[in-house]
Design a protein around this ligand. Structure first.
Ligand SMILES: Cc1cc2nc3c(=O)[nH]c(=O)nc-3n(C[C@H](O)[C@H](O)[C@H](O)COP(=O)(O)O)c2cc1C
Length: 215
């Protein structure tokens, strides 16, 4: 039951208190994100961890400023995690990832060659837009796992995609890495006094409307 209690405890924290999250907890959350499953194990995304106060200020002022909500979590969080996914699949990216898998498993370099070819023959005709969306979908799985891990560590986390992706990409230098920012997660601790959301009930779609059982 523990995980359900933690999921009820977590909420999209609107105001954090500026307290720093210990590095072992950050590492735990990042490792949970790294362990997320992905289609064909390609992990077509990377995570950027920002704790530098000047950089956070620059991000807050440039990347989050155009949004109707305050997005003040960027100022008072401890760390900001940003998921950035591959802008597309390429034979080289697939080869590099699957080669790493073979080597870590002690298998010959050529062991995944057929699979690489089959994967690319599936991906190639789909086009860039499909590639980009598919990569982003994989990133969201990792993002979800990080949120659960944060809750388990009693670290507050706010899922946030209300930001200017192009400006984030620019500040983090993502274009030259072939990456695009997708979603972000400030980590920190809730401001018990100052957060207007803290006392409001968590509301979800009723179970009978949400779940369809076909027995
Ligand atoms: C993908 C995603 C993007 C979100 N973007 C923002 C955001 O930019 N700013 C914000 O304050 N909350 C954001 N939220 C928080 C949601 O509004 C919140 O998770 C939802 O209302 C459910 O409430 P809870 O997380 O407190 O249970 C986002 C949530 C998700 C999952």
């Amino acid at each position: 039951m523990a995980i359900l209690e933690e999921l009820k405890w977590r909420y999209a924290t609107k105001k954090m208190n500026g307290q720093i999250v210990p590095q072992d907890k950050i590492d735990y959350i990042l490792e949970s994100a790294r362990l997320a499953p992905s289609s064909s194990g390609l992990q077509p995304y990377r995570i950027f961890v920002i704790s530098n106060r000047n950089k956070l200020q620059e991000i807050k002022e440039n990347v989050f400023k155009d949004f109707p909500f305050n997005q003040g979590q960027i100022n008072d969080c401890s760390h900001l995690l940003v998921w950035a996914s591959w802008d597309n699949y390429t034979p080289e990216r697939i080869r590099k990832t699957l080669l790493n898998t073979s080597r870590q498993r002690g298998l010959p370099d050529l062991s995944s060659e057929d699979y690489q070819k089959r994967l690319w023959s599936f991906f190639e005709p789909k086009g860039d837009e499909w590639h980009k969306n598919h990569c982003a979908k994989q990133a969201y799985i990792s993002f979800g796992m990080a949120m659960v891990a944060a809750a388990e560590q009693k670290v507050d986390a706010t899922p946030m995609e209300g930001f200017n992706f192009n400006k984030m990409d620019k500040i983090l230098g993502l274009k030259k890495l072939g990456l695009k920012s997708i979603v972000s997660l400030p980590l920190g601790y809730r401001d018990e006094e100052g957060d207007w959301l803290i006392k409001l009930q968590k509301v979800r779609t009723p179970k009978d409307e949400f779940i369809t059982v076909i027995a």
